[in-house]
Write a protein that binds this ligand. Structure first.
Ligand code: F0G
Length: 346
């Protein structure tokens, strides 16, 4: 049978009310891409769960199909979220599909161009807040307590239900859970969802390596960060809504939550791209964490000879600013053959 989206495929494992009306863009079913060269270098069996291939370009679509389907099924007319960009684009996409009004609050000037463009194109009302993601989240929580507008951040339990499906897919592809799961941690909804998903699916449990950016690492520091800062703007979050659950997932799985520098994130992004997978900076944090844990790319480490899944949460096209930050700009030549051959034979 042709693929009909996540609620159709995994609905029986998801706690969704009976009024739920399936709104799907055929999200999920993303590839688990083997990485033979990286596997050899790390001495483990490494694959990438490439969530950038979801309809709006990030893993958020898994949770959004569930949250919007539930909301529309009970007659909701407007949804709202705070976002570092991907939730905004995803909420906008699913709201437009369902015929709902979407309002998204983003931190002023700190959202990657591809995400902002998506949210605007799908037709959301985009509002920039003079503050951080955390300030924007406080605002949307307040407004949804005082009005009938529905919150579609991952505080919404149906977001977590939908996002569990990534763990199910990995187990279905591998035949069991991997030994290690490495992923970025921002507001901590995704790590919470994966851990709930693996526990529920009963195909084994991975050790979970959650990775924050050093400038936005409240779960590593043990306290909120007032002014989070990182090039990985998707995870520029100082007060994660599901922080407790993230720490629990790390502890229960015998894993850990660590921080990596922006330089390590950009280096991991280049390494993934060198084997054909282009992800946005935050999405490279999982690999950056694995590399930091390994000490060096070839050293003996805990993941050695193990099945390791690195979750790459969003597509590289989301954040084109990286051209100026991390890569050399392309050379310019006059439009003639001599100039071209001179350059490529150099
Ligand atoms: N990776 C990407 C690409 C993200 O956009 C996010 C979160 C994360 C990782 C972290 O996931 O929050 O569940 O721990 N982005 C949110 C947003 C905050 O607004 O798009 P998390």
């Amino acid at each position: 049978m042709t693929y009909q989206g996540l609620i159709h495929r995994y609905g029986r494992y998801l706690e969704l009310p009976s009024h739920t009306k399936n709104i799907s863009l055929l999200e999920g079913n993303t590839p688990l891409i083997p990485m033979p060269r990286l596997s050899k270098e790390f001495g483990c069996e490494l694959s990438v769960k490439f969530e950038g291939l979801n309809p709006s370009g990030s893993f958020k679509d898994r949770g959004m199909t569930a949250a919007v389907s539930e909301a529309v099924g009970r007659g909701v007319q407007t949804v709202i979220c705070a976002s570092t960009g991907n939730t905004a684009a995803s909420a906008a996409a699913y709201a437009s599909r369902a015929g709902l009004r979407a309002i998204v609050l983003i931190p002023e000037g700190k959202v990657a161009a591809g995400k902002l463009a998506g949210a605007i194109t799908y037709g959301a009302e985009v509002i920039q807040v003079q503050g951080s993601f955390d300030d924007a989240l406080t605002l949307v929580v307040e407004i949804t307590q005082k009005t009938p507008i529905v919150l579609v951040n991952s505080i919404n339990p149906f977001r977590i239900e939908g996002q569990k499906t990534a763990a199910f897919e990995i187990c279905d592809d591998l035949g069991c859970a991997p030994d290690w799961l490495c992923l970025p941690v921002g507001n901590a909804g995704n790590i919470t969802s994966y851990w709930a998903g693996f526990k529920q699916y009963q195909k084994g449990l991975p050790r979970v390596l959650g990775v924050q950016a050093a400038g936005a690492a409240p779960l590593v520091l043990g306290h909120p960060v007032d002014k989070p800062e990182t090039i990985a703007t998707a995870i520029r979050i100082g007060k994660p809504a599901r922080g407790e659950q993230a720490l629990e997932a790390a502890q229960q799985s015998n894993g850990k939550i660590i921080a990596v520098t922006d330089a390590e994130i950009l280096s991991a992004q280049r390494i993934l791209a060198s084997e054909g997978v282009w992800v946005e900076p935050a999405s490279a944090a999982g690999l950056a964490g694995l590399m930091a844990e390994s000490g060096s790319r070839s050293a003996k480490h805990e993941a050695r000879d193990k099945k390791v899944v690195v979750v790459c949460t969003g597509h590289g096209m989301k954040d084109p600013s990286i051209i100026t930050e991390s890569f050399q700009p392309p050379k310019i030549i006059p439009a003639n053959y001599e100039a071209l051959i001179g350059l490529i034979e150099k």
